[in-house]
Ligand binder design. Structure first.
Ligand code: HEM
Ligand code: SF4
Length: 312
């Protein structure tokens, strides 16, 4: 903000997604409520952030009102045939065939990629995503270390750590699925995979992160100062935390109980939760990762350009 003497409307979404909601400015500012100016930057930026999620989503759906019916639909799709078969121990594909899984998740992936791409293009059109490779690399480092949550009090630091568990847990789970696809298609190996294999080791580590991270973030959320958060976001945020937690919980239970008859229901439950996570990605809090990253790229680009000007 200090770099600007005038603000374009498109700057607003950029600032909003750059703010990490650490709350420091609120506690440092002498004009916060009950002062008559009632300045509350973190809350205002949180509201503008949510507005950017709603406005950029294509189609324009957003929030728990979309997410809950999507989860219900996924549960119906997968649990409908639970009574049909009693699978042999560990035989996932006798519950739901590999080709059915690929068809459902392939279609979902294409839909999500198009919807997320359209939302991101819409977002980038507003604040703009000026960048070069250096700015991109800097933004990658800032996002990977969550640099702008590293200052502040112990609560900010705890939020940062639990976010790391969530973020890297998610990436490890993604890596686990990718390595399973490589095993299946390139090496001809079929699930269930041994405990000491890449898909299981990556999935177990990621799953633990994806249990601890969302649980910790939920705990911290309940103890945050209600004055600096956007209470209208609670349901959408809670859904995102819950669906990440449930993805991991059902996945780990499936691993532990894969040789039991309960595997039938657990596999269906796990697939339903993962599909709901997938389908709601463009219409919930998940988009923050993309918009925040675009904002960090632009910030790194502006910071480098302004340092260059000063040097001249
Ligand atoms: C470019 C990458 C990312 C950045 C810079 C980033 C940054 C942030 C920041 C600053 C917050 C706190 C403020 C807010 O609630 O908006 C947050 C919240 C959160 N992030 Fe990320 N994030 C990224 C990607 C991800 C990914 C990939 C996941 C997991 C799939 C994730 C999971 C979460 C969760 C669960 C919260 C909610 C915490 C709550 O509601 O209390 N983030 N993120
Ligand atoms: S990042 Fe922290 S200090 Fe900066 S605007 Fe957001 S809440 Fe205020």
């Amino acid at each position: 903000m200090e770099r600007r003497t005038a603000f374009a409307p498109s700057d607003v979404a950029y600032f909003a997604n750059l703010c990490h909601n650490c709350g420091e400015c609120y506690y440092a500012c002498p004009y916060t409520p009950p002062h008559e100016f009632a300045v509350n930057v973190p809350k205002l930026l949180a509201e503008l952030r949510a507005q950017s999620y709603r406005e950029c989503a294509r189609p324009r759906w957003y929030g728990a009102g979309v997410a809950l019916p999507a989860l219900a639909l996924c549960l119906v799709i997968f649990l409908a045939g639970t009574h049909e078969n009693a699978p042999a121990a560990g035989q996932f594909y006798s519950v739901i065939s590999h080709s059915t899984m690929v068809a459902i998740f392939g279609a979902a992936t294409i839909f999500v990629a198009i919807a997320l791409g359209a939302s991101l293009m819409r977002f980038a059109k507003g604040p703009g995503a000026s960048m070069d490779s250096k700015a991109f690399a800097q933004a990658l480092r800032d996002a990977a270390s969550l640099r702008y949550l590293s200052g502040g009090d112990s609560a900010s630091s705890a939020r940062r750590w639990f976010h790391h568990f969530t973020f890297y847990g998610f990436l490890l789970c993604f890596a686990s699925t990718t390595s399973a696809a490589i095993d299946h298609y390139l090496l001809g190996l079929r699930a269930p995979y041994p405990f000491l294999s890449a898909p299981v080791l990556l999935g177990t580590l990621g799953g633990i992160g994806l249990l601890a991270g969302p649980a910790g973030l939920f705990f911290l959320k309940r103890h945050r100062d209600p004055l600096i958060v956007d209470s209208h976001q609670h349901r959408a945020d809670a859904f995102f935390l819950a669906i990440l937690f449930l993805t991991s919980l059902t996945g780990l239970l499936l691993l532990i109980l894969r040789n039991w008859t309960a595997m039938n229901v657990l596999l269906r439950l796990h697939l339903a939760v993962v599909l709901a996570l997938f389908l709601t990605m463009p219409y919930g809090k998940f988009v923050h990762g993309f918009y925040r990253f675009a904002a960090l790229v632009r910030y790194a680009f502006e910071a480098a350009s302004s340092a260059g000007r000063k040097a001249v």
